[in-house]
Ligand binder design. Structure first.
Ligand code: EPU
Length: 354
């Protein structure tokens, strides 16, 4: 376990904002977890677990606590046959390394989630997803450290309540309770089938693609993403800054009546609800490409905010409010932020010490 004191959070998060964390602890083995929590407890400091910092925002005041960085690495194939691959990856593995391995072996289930920044450990926390796939469809179980019970536990897929960017790990009374140690996935030897998610289908049509093997889908998705989404190692951003908006059936029909694009969530021909494109709403307000308080609303993908002037949280807060308010006034929908924030709330602090 490596401990550093007074580390700038701007250096650990891809949005490149945030003041000092009092301590940063790096996990290199499983047993470091209870040790790191004890270290915080002894000093009555709150803790925050972080992977690659690709979806995390920090405040200008920093964090008077212990940031635990998940650096647990290793990928293990648990079983493999002609049809299925069961694989376990430790939380500190780069997510895309896992996708790369699965695709090279010819297994399907995560190829459309290629080039998502961040770590494996962060993947179940927000149920990452892209181009029609999400983690919920392939994750079998997660090994985690339960901070309430002070022990390692295994959570099965249904126990994680995986919804759209919304899970037991990040929402409700168990938010922050589990520290992800490893993730086990089951992938299948098959190919994605048309119809594909909008932007992927467009690429396939434009380029006359006909082979949907995992490696090929991976290549296409990487091409789409690199043209649209900034590489957080080069351009400060946190990926999509806003979520798409989930609405019920009535909401879908109402949106369609107003010609607002909605992705319909249908099962067996029954309309269950849908997602309204946040990017479309922002664009329709004329905000795409605009710079607000040092943050640029990406010209290529309106859900993405880029920290162009290297400013801090205060400016981000102003930009965020302006965007949310503009969209709310024009359309009546309230955009929600996608990245998580290292909080400064007292209730979190109490919980973290518990
Ligand atoms: N759109 C616009 N203007 C824009 C952006 C999007 O009109 O500036 C509309 C278009 O109609 C487009 C549709 O929104 O067809 C969907 O856009 P896109 O395929 O680019 O995806 P997204 O909804 O903007 C989501 C995820 C991304 C993920 C992509 C691809 C969220 C918050 N974001 O973005 O995930 O890569 O789909 O599946 O769900 C992330 O979470 O950080 C992230 C990048």
């Amino acid at each position: 376990m490596k401990i550093r004191e007074n580390v700038l959070l701007a250096s650990l998060t891809t949005m490149r904002i945030g003041g000092d964390a009092r301590y940063v602890v790096e996990l290199t083995q499983k047993t470091d977890i209870p040790e790191a929590l004890d270290f915080a407890l002894v000093q009555s400091l709150p803790v925050w677990l972080m992977g690659g910092g690709a979806n995390t925002l920090a405040h200008d005041e920093g964090f008077e606590g212990v940031v635990i960085l998940n650096k647990l690495t290793g990928i293990e194939v648990l079983s493999e046959n002609e049809e299925r691959l069961k694989v376990r990856a430790m939380g500190g593995v780069a997510w895309d390394d896992l996708v790369d391995l699965a695709c090279r072996k010819g297994f399907s289930g995560i190829e459309a989630m290629s080039a998502i920044p961040g770590t494996v450990g962060a993947a179940p926390v927000q149920n990452i997803g892209a181009y029609g796939q999400d983690l919920a469809q392939v994750v079998v179980s997660v090994e985690a450290y339960d901070r309430d019970k002070h022990e390692f536990v295994t959570l099965t897929n249904p126990e994680m309540n995986l919804g759209y960017r919304h899970t037991r790990f990040n929402y409700g009374e168990d938010a922050g309770r589990f520290l992800v140690v490893s993730v086990t996935l089951e992938l299948k030897k098959q190919r994605m089938q048309p119809p594909f998610y909008n932007s992927l289908q467009r690429y396939i049509d434009e380029h006359g693609e006909t082979d949907f093997a995992p490696q090929n889908i991976r290549r296409m998705v990487m091409a789409i993403r690199s043209g649209k989404l900034p590489d957080p190692t080069e351009v400060p951003s946190a990926g999509s800054f806003f979520k798409n908006i989930y609405v019920d059936k009535a909401g879908v029909l109402a949106a369609e009546e107003r010609s607002i694009p909605v992705w319909r969530d249908e099962k067996d021909g029954v309309l269950r609800g849908g997602k309204i494109n946040g990017g479309w709403l922002i664009e329709a307000c004329g905000l795409k490409g605009r710079k607000l308080h040092g943050y640029r609303i990406s010209e290529k993908a309106a859900l993405v905010l880029i920290n162009e002037d290297g400013v801090g949280y205060e400016e981000l807060d102003l930009a965020r409010k302006e965007i949310i308010e503009t969209v709310r006034r024009k359309f009546g929908f309230t955009l929600e932020q996608e990245p998580v924030e290292i909080p400064v709330r007292a209730d979190f602090v109490r919980r973290a010490q518990g």
